[in-house]
Ligand binder design. Structure first.
Ligand code: AMP
Ligand code: ZN
Length: 111
């Protein structure tokens, strides 16, 4: 996706504060953090959002969920963290490239 900000971050065309990278995902800090720690787990494959996810993405999606506690611990969130997945305009999604938010460390309102 040539116009996708997250695809450009994945290919290195746009810089990011990356904290984790493997064959399926990249994790970097959100540029406008909504909590003391605010990470984005981004699939390397361009999928718009959960509406576009297919059964063939099952492994990728479970991998993204398993990366969440791993990077949370890496960032010192031993007490817990929040995971948010916005889907479509109705869910407040701004960037149409599938990603999971990981938030914690203070500054989170009650949900
Ligand atoms: P969403 O509303 O779920 O699509 O979230 C998109 C998130 O990406 C927002 O929290 C933005 O602050 C964040 N964001 C946008 N551009 C960048 C960027 N260049 N680097 C890091 N985070 C970004
Ligand atoms: Zn993309």
């Amino acid at each position: 996706m040539t116009d996708c900000i997250f695809c450009k971050i994945i290919t290195g065309q746009i810089p990011s504060d990356k904290i984790f990278d493997d064959d399926q995902v990249v994790v970097f800090r959100d540029i406008r953090p909504k909590a003391k720690v605010h990470l984005l787990i981004v699939a390397k494959e361009h999928i718009n959002n959960l509406f576009e996810a297919k059964p063939l993405h099952e492994k990728l999606l479970s991998h993204m969920l398993l990366v969440a506690p791993m990077v949370a611990k890496q960032e010192g969130l031993h007490n817990g963290f929040r995971t948010v997945i916005n889907t479509g305009a109705g869910g407040g999604q701004e960037i149409d490239h599938i990603h999971f938010h990981v938030l914690g460390g203070g500054g989170l309102p009650r949900f």
